[in-house]
Design a protein around this ligand. Structure first.
Ligand SMILES: [Mg+2]
Length: 157
């Protein structure tokens, strides 16, 4: 009989080579809104999306390696690293696709699951055989195409 601790450590070893990847913008955070006069506008404050942070920590505790794959360009890269550091996210790989497709990077990393808020990314990656989940903050509620994919419903407003 395996006790809980041994079982957890066994699970960790089994998954140590498996990676789960997360998009950055509007997946790990959204821009907080602030009131300017009587209008609400997006601020430059990166507000964590708690459900996705929780999922990231959960998957890491299950033994998965965690990656961030963003379409940001290289000049915009330090903000990604700063965010990961500020929130103590257990991320081992950060990759930028420089505005291009993420598929080659996701294949190279051999990701087990990619989590992204952009339907076009999920459609393209799924067509390339990559398992994906779509982050839905309500934007995809009326989109039938989006409903073909497994969605994570988040409340980031
Ligand atoms: Mg995004």
């Amino acid at each position: 009989m395996l006790d809980g601790q041994k079982l957890t450590s066994l699970k960790c070893r089994m998954k140590k080579n498996e990676i789960i990847t997360f998009d950055f913008d509007d997946t790990l955070f959204s821009l907080a809104e602030e009131k300017v006069g009587s209008l609400w506008t997006a601020s430059d404050v990166l507000a964590p999306i708690q459900q996705i942070h929780d999922m990231l920590f959960q998957k890491h505790s299950e033994g998965y390696t965690i990656g961030v794959v963003t379409a940001r360009e290289m000049w915009n890269f330090p903000q990604v690293e700063e965010y990961i550091k500020d929130h103590k996210l257990p991320v081992s790989h950060v990759r930028c696709s420089n505005g291009g497709s993420k598929v080659d990077i996701l294949k190279e990393l051999d990701t087990t699951l990619h989590i992204d808020d952009l339907l076009s990314v999920v459609v393209e990656a799924s067509a390339a055989g990559i398992s994906c989940m779509l982050v839905d903050d309500g934007r995809h509620a009326q989109n039938k195409e989006a409903h073909k994919f497994e969605r994570i419903f988040v409340n980031n407003r």
